[in-house]
Design a protein around this ligand. Structure first.
Ligand code: FAD
Length: 372
């Protein structure tokens, strides 16, 4: 049953991409919604990630959500206007550079075929080389997705936040939620800006979300916090028209329109939630940098100008938690395990659906909060 407009109040905890996109879709549909963010919009994973907008290589259970999200990315301009220019669609290529990678690719091709998905195409080695003329390592071929690409993440989050505001949402920064309690069908949120009341709470608190939920009386979700790391180089002439991954290796590589290479792909250090901080361990990032330079020898001449990390929440099965909590009026969206940025627009839409009692357009069973 749909809740009547402007009667029930929704509070979204967390001003990352999932919180802001949820607020956007709720406000657009006429709901009264407030986002409370302990730091500022896009301060954590959503603002500092690699900006990879990738449907390629998703867990089979996540593909419908990822494809639904890509539909929204493609028409983002009609949702967030000029901020959508921060998305640069191109193509994504995940290549095999050894026999192990080729075996992984073959198994993946079989699994995709069996499940009926055809958005990832296998290219043979010569087609890969045609697509990437500056490639300096032979490949066994690779998966291609046209239309995947990269974005400047903090601009996309700001776009959703700004869009939400334009539809009447309130966004309150520097507002830490430290208590969350349900009494007589009303949620009370204790914050450093006073107590807020809500009929619905959407928990998009990223790596902090499981502790917050547990404190409110939910079962403890097995969420672990880590700090995935990235490096960016100085600007170089354009050589790389795609985002690159390597089957069986942790590399994600792209060249921005500034000419800078962004290198990462999953190597992670430790995170400290109470101090809002993540480590950077250079020796562990080095492997990704060396692999990038092996694939494109031009990269070996590019100086690294900065390394950083962001705090992210990981689930044991690398799938997010999206769904109703145990208690009425509490809805969770967290645990995106270092690949949630691309999912953001669709997650915002499905979380808004759940608040409003509407049927999400993709199945969410694999993401049930009670699956552990
Ligand atoms: C370095 C790095 C690279 C990545 N690269 C990619 C990529 O290329 N592609 C991709 O798809 N994904 C990528 N990811 C993953 C992606 O960034 C995340 O999955 C996604 O941004 C998570 O968004 P979120 O809104 O759930 O969480 P967050 O962005 O962490 O937002 C949660 C917010 O909740 C706030 N909050 C927490 N507790 C409270 C509280 N008690 N009260 C108020 N506010 C609170 C936090 O301050 C935070 O701002 C990467 C992540 C990192 C860190």
């Amino acid at each position: 049953m749909m809740i009547p407009s402007n009667r029930n109040k929704v509070i979204v905890i967390g001003g990352g991409i999932h919180g802001c996109a949820t607020a956007y879709f709720l406000a657009k549909r006429g709901q009264t919604v407030t986002v409370v963010e302990k730091d500022h919009i896009a301060r954590h994973a959503s603002g500092v990630n690699a900006g990879g907008v990738r449907t390629l290589g998703r867990d089979l259970a996540e593909i419908p959500l990822s494809l639904a999200s890509m539909d929204l990315w493609k028409k983002l301009h009609s949702e967030i206007g000029v901020y959508a220019q921060a998305f640069h669609p191109s193509f994504y290529l995940k290549v095999a550079i050894d026999e192990e990678g080729y075996a992984l690719g073959s198994a993946r091709a079989e699994a995709l075929k069996h499940a009926g998905y055809n958005h990832e195409f296998w290219l043979d080695a010569s087609d890969v080389q045609d697509r990437l003329p500056k490639l300096t390592t032979p490949t066994y071929g690779g998966f291609l997705v046209e239309g995947d690409g990269w974005a400047r993440p903090w601009l996309i989050v700001r776009g959703f936040a700004q869009g939400a505001r334009q539809y009447g949402a309130e966004i309150i920064e520097k507002c830490n939620v430290f208590g969350l309690e349900l009494r007589q069908n009303c949620w009370y949120l204790k914050t450093d800006k006073g107590v807020f009341e809500a009929d619905y709470v959407v928990n998009c608190a990223g790596a902090w979300a499981a502790d917050l939920a547990f404190q409110s009386g939910e079962p403890k979700a097995p969420l672990s916090a880590y700090a995935p790391m990235l490096a960016v180089t100085e600007s170089k002439p354009p050589i790389l028209p795609a985002v690159i991954g390597v089957l069986g290796h942790t590399l994600s590589l792209k060249q921005l329109d500034t000419g800078q290479f962004v290198i990462g792909g999953g190597v992670r250090a430790s995170a400290n939630l109470s101090e809002n901080s993540g480590e950077v361990v250079l020796p562990e990032l080095r492997e990704s940098m060396q692999l990038a330079a092996r694939l494109f020898s031009d990269i070996s001449n590019a100086q690294i100008i900065r390394c950083w990390s962001g705090i992210e929440g990981y689930m044991p099965d690398n799938l997010p938690i999206i769904g109703h909590g145990k208690q009425p009026g509490l809805i969770h969206g967290f645990g995106f395990s270092a690949h949630g940025f691309q999912l953001g627009p669709a997650v915002g839409e499905v979380l808004a659906d759940l608040v409003m009692g509407q049927q999400p357009r993709v199945p969410l069973d694999a993401f049930r909060p009670d699956r552990f």
